[in-house]
Each structure stands twice: as C-alpha cells, then as structure tokens.
Unconditional design. Structure first.
Length: 332
C-alpha cells in the first residue's frame, strides 16, 4: 500500500525537532503518537513499524526526542504531544489519540495516562507499551509507573507487546505491569511474540552501527506486522468507544435542553431558578447525581441548558460511560 510520509518540525523551547507523519489511503480519522526509545533522535528506527500501522488505517506521528538532556527528554516529549494534539484537530478529535512507545518511550506513554494534571487534564484514548520497562521513572513525568497505579485516575485501555526473547528489557517487566493493571481494574492485554527487543519493531540490532535497522528476515518482519496490528486495533477500538460516547452526549444534551425549556415554560425558571440537577443512569454512574449551580440572570433557562450540555458532554466523554438518561429537576 502506498504510504505518504511528510516530515515537519515541532517547536520545543528555543529550537524545533523533526517529526514524521505517516498516512495511507485507508486513513480513518484515528491517530497514534509513537515515541522511540532512549537513543537520541531515533525516529527512523520506528519507520518500519510506523509504515505497517499506517497501512492499517491510523495516521502515525513519530517525533525525534533526546533522552540525554538535563530533563531526560521530558520537554521534547511534552512538546511533541502538544504538537500532536494541535495537529490532529485538523482531521479528528485529539481525545482519540493513542500513545504508543517502544522501550523508554513505553514508560513515557503510560506516565501520561497516570498524570493527566501535568498535561492540561488530557489523557490518551489508549496506551500501547512495546518492550517497555516500568520500574524506572517515566521520561514524561519523573515518576515510576508501577508505583503510580493506585492513583485516583480513570483507567484507559493498555496494550502491551514484549518479545519473550528480549534480553535488553526482559519480558517480566511487561508481565508484572499487566498483572498490576489487571488487579487495579484496568483493561490490559499482553502479547508475547517470540522475538527480541528490536524484533517487535520488525528490526534487527546491528552492533557495527549500534542501531536498530529494518530486518530482511521475513519472520522478524512478521513480528513487526503483529505489533502494528495491536497498535492499530487499539486505535480503532478507541475511536469506536469515543464515537459511542459522543452519540450518548448528543442525545443527552438534546433531552436536557428540551427539559430546561419545559421547566422555564412551566414557570420554574425566572430570577428564582438557581440551577438544576442531572441524574445519570449509566454503567458506573447508576443512581448518582451530577449537580451544578447557575447564576441568576435574565435568561436562566439558556444558562441552565448550556450548563447541562457541558456537564452531559463531560460525563459522556468519560471512559465507561454507558446509555444515559437526562432528567432535569428544580433545584432543591
């Protein structure tokens, strides 16, 4: 399949770094931000994997970054993520972005999902960790992912790929993370191909140049294709979940707006109408209530309807949101 590759620069501090964008004719509005390992500026190492992922539909962004900086690469990774979020707004919702990383990039990706407060509250739609070590501080946060799983954050789907013959970062690292994620109630799956640290990318390590290069061995290339399918499946599943949530959001916002208009028409509104309650009947929100206050204005019903829409959209975008029923009641 024909894959179009465009190289751009993303701003970071007082400089800019290179970033490759992979697109295919099967582009479906899904996006993957793919981070390489600790080798400085090694986006080319991920080229075989990025091509395979793009051939399955998602747009793939692969930035350079350097782990040998005083901040261990945190500034580059954070700015690459900011660029990706801005760039994807041209063709999809940034909340659909899947973060994937290889080696040190895997821990960096997981770290973002555990610390949304460091990224304007943003979290990836899913995380794919490829041959990662999770007992070292994540380059994006400075915290150890395995020690942060008990934080009060909403889980995201995590897919792990780790070669069973990996001697650089033993597969036990991903096995330990998978078990810990499962115990914490996260949606986690682990794939263990018969491969080494580079083989999961469809590459082989060449000691003469101390770099991973595209493999000629068909069996190694097949391992790279299998990894690409895991990443693409994560992106496609995330897109389906988001689409379902937004459909619920639109339906709830419509019913909430109509209810607000009805209450106002029935005389509940006016200067004395201070707000409303929305009762949600859904997967994790059965029997719960989300409340807010509206200021007294000359158009309280419009203010209330807008607030209900915002509350409904925030709820419907949350992972695990199921079918929802909006019910407005006079403020008690």
């Amino acid at each position: 399949m024909n894959i179009a590759i465009r190289t751009m620069r993303y701003p970071t501090g007082s400089e800019s770094k290179l970033l490759d964008i992979y697109n295919s004719t099967r582009h479906r509005g899904q996006c993957v931000l793919l981070w390489h390992g600790r080798g400085p500026d090694e986006r080319d190492v991920l080229a075989p994997l990025a091509r395979e992922i793009a051939s399955l539909g998602p747009t793939v962004l692969v930035p350079d970054w350097r782990s040998d900086r005083p901040d261990d690469g945190r500034g580059h990774l954070t700015d690459a993520l900011r660029f990706a979020r801005d760039y994807t707004q041209t063709f999809t919702n940034p909340e659909r972005i899947v973060l994937a990383g290889w080696s040190a990039g895997a821990g960096a990706a997981l770290g973002v999902s555990l610390h949304p407060e460091l990224f304007d509250g943003w979290r990836p739609a899913a995380v794919v960790g490829i041959a990662g070590g999770y007992r070292l501080p994540a380059r994006t946060t400075g915290t150890v992912p395995l020690e942060m799983l008990g934080r009060a954050v909403e889980p995201v789907p995590v897919r792990l790929v780790h070669g069973s013959a990996d001697t650089a970062v033993p597969c036990d690292s991903s096995r330990e993370l998978h078990e810990a994620l499962s115990q914490q109630g996260w949606d986690s799956e682990l794939y263990e191909p018969a491969s080494d640290h580079a083989g999961v990318l469809g590459c082989m390590y060449e000691p003469t140049v101390r770099r991973c290069l595209p493999a000629a061995d068909p069996s190694v290339r097949d391992c790279g294709r299998a990894t690409a399918r895991v990443v693409a499946d994560a992106a496609q599943s995330a897109a389906r979940r988001r689409d379902e949530s937004f459909r619920h959001c639109r339906a709830l916002a419509t019913s909430a707006t109509a209810a607000a208009g009805y209450l106002d028409g029935a005389g509940v509104g006016g200067a004395t109408f201070a707000g409303a309650m929305v009762r949600f009947n859904g997967a994790k929100s059965a029997g719960s209530r989300v409340s807010f206050s509206g200021a007294q204005t000359s158009h309280p019903s419009a203010r209330t309807a807008a607030a209900v829409r915002r509350a409904a959209c925030r709820w419907a975008r949350s992972p695990g949101a199921g079918a929802a029923v909006g019910l407005l009641q006079p403020w008690e």
